[in-house]
Write a protein that binds this ligand. Structure first.
Ligand code: ATP
Length: 309
């Protein structure tokens, strides 16, 4: 159904953006379908979420190149039904943790359990069906907006699609387009902004409604106000349904209300706790927070000066 073609007749930034979305699509396909490194055991059992989605890393070692370890003896427990954040310096392996959970790659040693089951021993299909991801950059298909959201759950009604879009704060925007939900997006349709893309991705995820939700810098392209409202909606859904969720974020203000924050450094969990516990420790988290508070202040100043004009 989906056509992959190289848009050679486009130039400049438009071309770059199109090329990026093609790459994203390939990433999506490689995440979901093709997998060269990961093998299933013979007659795998389906993952059974009997404890509500508790995730446990036990002495995990991993590197894309075994000579360059990224995670070094990482252990952590993410309790079922909690909102958990992973923070840490750029390149420390936050997204890698999500990829390992999705089994895009296998650990080199150690184990990862979901509700007590080693993820290597359950069927890949059941594992991936239990997980919903809002990735850093969302691939859009060359299709209507409605179709792009419905990709989260193919049999969803148009009503459900709209409800998901409302919760992701994109419904009103879609309704204002001349063709509404029938507007074509993707490489041969309308170009949409990074923030709109992210909200489509959140809609897709809310429609899929999986037991485990992963957000990888999912709201980084949104302005402060929209980010807050999208986060409020996500939070209320998470609370209402008691879902386990994992947030990877640079902007600490999006995750400071998490039940647990894991701070990664040099391949291990350097600190963990709630926002206020971590501030009291005056360690790495406190450092990151105070560095961002300064920037945050500048953001507000900038926004105010623009509004004032
Ligand atoms: P950021 O905050 O910048 O997004 P991160 O903490 O999420 O970073 P990861 O994306 O997990 O970091 O990457 C960890 C390290 O692994 C980085 O040094 C990165 O360059 C490297 N890396 C990531 N993906 C691959 C890959 N497919 N092949 C080889 N190295 C990779």
């Amino acid at each position: 159904v989906f056509q992959l073609s190289v848009p050679l007749n486009f130039l400049g930034s438009v071309y770059r953006e199109l090329r990026q979305s093609l790459l994203d699509m390939e990433t999506l396909f490689s995440l979901q379908k093709v997998n060269v490194t990961v093998k299933e055991v013979a007659n795998p059992r389906p993952l059974s979420l009997t404890r509500g989605g508790e995730i446990r890393f036990e002495n995990v070692h991993f590197g894309y190149n075994p000579n360059r370890p990224i995670l070094k003896d990482l252990s952590m427990t993410i309790p079922a039904g909690k909102k958990v954040a992973i923070v840490g310096p750029s390149g420390c392996g936050k997204s890698t943790i999500l990829r390992l959970l999705f089994r895009s790659y296998d650990v080199q040693s150690g184990r990862i359990f979901i509700d007590g089951q080693d993820i290597k021993e359950v069927s890949l299909e059941s594992l991936r069906q239990s997980i919903g991801v809002v990735p850093q950059d969302t691939p859009l298909f060359n299709a209507t907006i409605e179709h792009n959201i419905r990709y989260g759950r193919i049999d969803a009604s148009s009503e459900d699609v709209k409800k998901a879009a409302q919760r992701a704060r994109i419904h009103d925007h879609i309704e204002r387009l001349p063709e509404g939900y029938n507007t074509k997006v993707g490489e041969r349709g309308m170009m949409i902004s990074g923030g709109e893309k992210q909200r489509l991705a959140v809609s897709r995820l809310l429609l899929k409604d999986p037991p485990l939700l992963f957000f990888d810098e999912a709201t980084s392209a949104l302005d402060t106000y929209t980010e807050q409202t999208v986060m409020q909606n996500i939070n209320s859904i998470l609370r209402e349904k008691g879902r386990t969720s994992l947030f990877v974020a640079h902007r600490l203000r999006t995750i400071f209300d998490s039940d647990i924050i894991f701070v990664l450094r040099d391949g291990v969990v350097a600190e963990q706790g709630t926002h206020s516990e971590l501030l009291e420790k005056k360690g790495l988290y406190a450092e990151l927070w105070s560095a961002q508070e300064v920037t945050l202040g500048q953001d507000f100043e900038l926004e105010r000066s623009i509004t004032d004009e």
